[in-house]
Design a protein around this ligand. Sequence first.
Ligand code: 5GP
Length: 199
Amino acid sequence: MKHDKKNIMVILSSPSGVGKTTITKKIQQKYQSFKLSVSHTTRTPRSNEVDGIDYHFISSEEFKKLIKKNEFYEYAKIFDNFYGTLKKKVDEIIVSSDIIFDIDWQGTKQLSKFNNLNLIKIFLIPDSKDELKKRLINRNQNTSVEIKRRFDSFEEDVKHWNDYDYIIINKNLENCFKQIENIISLEKRKAFTTAQIIQ
Ligand code: 5GP
């Protein structure tokens, strides 16, 4: 992949319900340079989701075809649905922008195998399991069965914290965002310096 080495790729992962989507949106609002990697998924859209903006919603058949054609940088089966990141989209964006990925630990592991990507891996965790449960219930996006499944996957998700560069506890949204801003400015500076040395 040919890209401007000054551009960075930030992965945000977390157990479901920690506030990743809100933070991803805040990053995009604050930094014009960041574009979201819009994943493909076989999941049904939620009432507030728009095709092409939140996800590209496709059928299982279409998804399997893309797997066969080796079109994904990474993909994973999560809660019975497939989610994946298309190579073509990422390669287009990184030429001129930074990218933010909202993907799970399985996708992070797969993307990490590509040594030429400027990846910054951030893992968000809740300050307590009780808080997580409250958030999953209060956000009103899932059925009680789905909430239980997402809550139960917490233990498995946090086992993978060690694969990440930064771990942030999201106790307070503003503090959490501030820490992410600090990470971004540090990593942008590093990427800029490295790109100049390579030139
Ligand atoms: P949700 O169904 O709540 O939108 O997402 C469920 C999980 O799938 C989240 O942890 C989210 O980060 C993850 N996810 C979304 N898109 C992708 C993707 O393209 N690849 C991988 N590996 N995970 C994804």
